[in-house]
Design a protein around this ligand. Sequence first.
Ligand SMILES: [Zn+2]
Length: 80
Amino acid sequence: MSRIRTKTIDGKPHTRVAYTASCTGCFEGGDYMGLAHNYPYDAKAQCYVGMGCQECGYSGKRRHVFWMSLEDLEASRERE
Ligand SMILES: [Zn+2]
């Protein structure tokens, strides 16, 4: 399985979270994603792909990377 990368921020262990999502600059899902069917769906990235704009380099999707504390990560999993 994938290796979990962690580092300590403010004395707490954090893990690197990365995901791909539709570009907010060129994807308009509308209320309750009612317009999402107008866009192609990328099954690998698990997001819809926008029309392409300067913001995303005309790929229609953006890679998001951030560090989340393990406490917050556990909390978010419990809510699901
Ligand atoms: Zn874009």
